[in-house]
Design a protein around this ligand. Structure first.
Ligand code: AMP
Length: 480
């Protein structure tokens, strides 16, 4: 692993001692007691900047030591003698909020009498309100419930000096963007803001630009070892190129595939060919307005679209967690762009050995061989080839057409109607009798809510939702 920050682009102080940081002797002693001997890479990259009071956008996953990377700065900003909420950590889920609270408690042992409260939905507000009335220094919670307390004025953020957004990408996935914005509006402008996210989709950068001051970026870039992404080149004649994409999909059956074309025209043609073959394929292109773009991305991210077809420009800023395959429908003339395309797969999928794995297929005609040679040089290895005739998935006896596991239902009504993900989940599970395991991602946009459901229950869910209620109101629902 290799850490870069915009402030210190070349050094990697990972493994450095906590003693090199401006922390009090009591805090250092506590860290030693906890067995934290050396900083993890994310801590080594973030802590010097965060302890210097900078706003941070840090890329880190659970297990990386990210909690301490924001908890130590938040504690450093705290005045224990001031009985007011001075730090707020927003988390996507109750489980994470509880985990974060525990870790902050451990780290706060150095100081006595620091009060930390967890405020999440799903329980009554009254006991939380009573605890708040007794005073707390730090609040950890989910955006919806924090907002509830703010609107009831049972929580005040007037004395806040540190705001943390933990797992910002997941909070956005869950439709919390507007709730977060509302919470931020109630925070003092003078504060330190720390944003942690496992991935960097467009929305996270947008969110950050709305309310962070000159944030420093801390990224841990993992070099994708050649073994974790299986690359195959397939020789095609020009008139076989588009057809070969369907053959690859039928043969390898990836759940989510990003297919790159060099031109918009090619994207359009490929989508038409794939749709005619019965695949669920969508095009992401620059001419889409924001609403259509969101709708395409929602369907791809929630696994109800098998293939997203895009040019490099259209795919910029796109970050999809689970991507089983990338297909280079056209070989790019720029070897670096190729490496970038290929690196989008195999990020989070784990195979049985616990390794990240993904497929990257490249369709090359004889005219592309010069480009392939450049790619080989850049990657320092020879390309591995597979004959087109080996792709027999579509003709194998008994093979089913590739279908995405989920289907997206669009509920006409979104943030404007104050719909929250929990309302939709509650309607589907408590009221309409579906199992939570059959419900996928729920995305609340301004005017619409998108909910992914198992393909098997799609028709039933559509019918029951149309006949039932969400937030006590009847709603209009359609299949996307
Ligand atoms: P997190 O990614 O914040 O969920 O942390 C993962 C686990 O690593 C937690 O159990 C922490 O207590 C532990 N941890 C965090 N930082 C360190 C460190 N520098 N040395 C040892 N353990 C750590």
């Amino acid at each position: 692993m290799n850490a870069t920050t915009s402030a210190t682009p070349t050094t990697l102080p990972s493994g450095a001692d906590f003693g090199s940081l401006p922390l009090s002797p009591a805090v250092l002693a506590n860290l030693q007691q906890l067995g934290y001997e050396r900083m993890t890479p994310i801590q080594a990259a973030s802590l010097p900047l965060a302890l210097a009071g900078k706003d941070l956008i840090a890329q880190a996953k659970t297990g990386s030591g990210k909690t301490a990377a924001f908890a130590l700065p938040l504690l450093a900003n705290l005045n224990p003698r001031r009985f007011a909420v001075q730090a707020l950590v927003l988390c996507p889920t109750r489980e994470l909020a509880e985990q974060v609270t525990q870790e902050i408690r451990r780290l706060a042992r150095a100081e006595d009498n620091i009060k930390i409260l967890t405020l999440c939905g799903g329980t009554t507000m009254r006991p939380q309100t009573a605890s708040l009335a007794h005073g707390a220094h730090i609040v950890v919670g989910t955006p919806g419930r924090i907002l509830d307390h703010l609107s009831k004025q049972t929580l005040s953020l007037e004395a806040l000096n540190t705001l943390v957004l933990d797992e910002a990408d997941r909070m956005l996935d869950m439709g919390f963007a507007e709730d977060i914005a509302e919470v931020v509006r109630q925070c003092p402008a003078q504060r330190q803001t720390l944003l942690f996210s496992a991935t960097y989709p467009e929305g996270v950068t947008k969110l950050a630009s709305r309310f962070m001051r000159n944030p420093q970026e801390v990224k841990l870039t993992e070099r994708h070892a050649a073994t974790t992404i299986r690359q195959r080149f397939i020789e095609v004649k020009e008139n076989e190129r588009l057809h070969a994409v369907g053959l690859l999909l039928a043969h390898y059956r990836p759940v989510s595939t990003l297919a790159f074309c060099n031109t918009k025209q090619q994207c359009r043609e490929l989508v038409a060919v794939l749709q005619a073959q019965g695949f669920v394929a969508l095009e992401l292109h620059g001419d889409l307005d924001q609403r259509d773009r969101d709708q395409v991305l929602v369907q791809f991210a929630n696994r109800s679209c098998s293939v997203l077809v895009a040019t490099d420009v259209a795919a910029r800023g796109l970050d999809i967690a689970q991507l089983e395959a990338v297909i280079n429908v056209d070989i790019t003339p720029d070897a670096e762009v190729h490496t970038h395309r290929v690196g989008r797969t195999g990020r989070t999928g784990q195979d049985s050995q616990g390794e990240r794995s993904g497929w990257a297929f490249s369709l090359a005609s004889l005219d592309d061989m010069e480009r392939v040679a450049r790619i080989d040089t850049m990657q320092g290895s020879d390309s591995v080839w597979q004959p087109l005739a080996d792709l027999t998935g579509a003709t194998d006896a008994g093979s089913e057409p590739l279908r995405p596991p989920m289907v997206t239902l669009q509920i006409l009504g979104g943030r404007k109607e104050k719909i929250r993900p929990g309302d939709v989940l509650g309607a589907l599970t408590k009221d309409l009798g579906f199992d939570a395991a059959q419900i996928g991602k729920i995305s609340v946009n301004e005017f619409s809510t998108y909910v992914a459901v198992d393909r098997d229950i799609a028709a039933q869910a559509l019918q029951r939702l149309n006949a039932g209620r969400v937030k006590g109101k009847s709603v209009k629902v359609r299949l996307l």
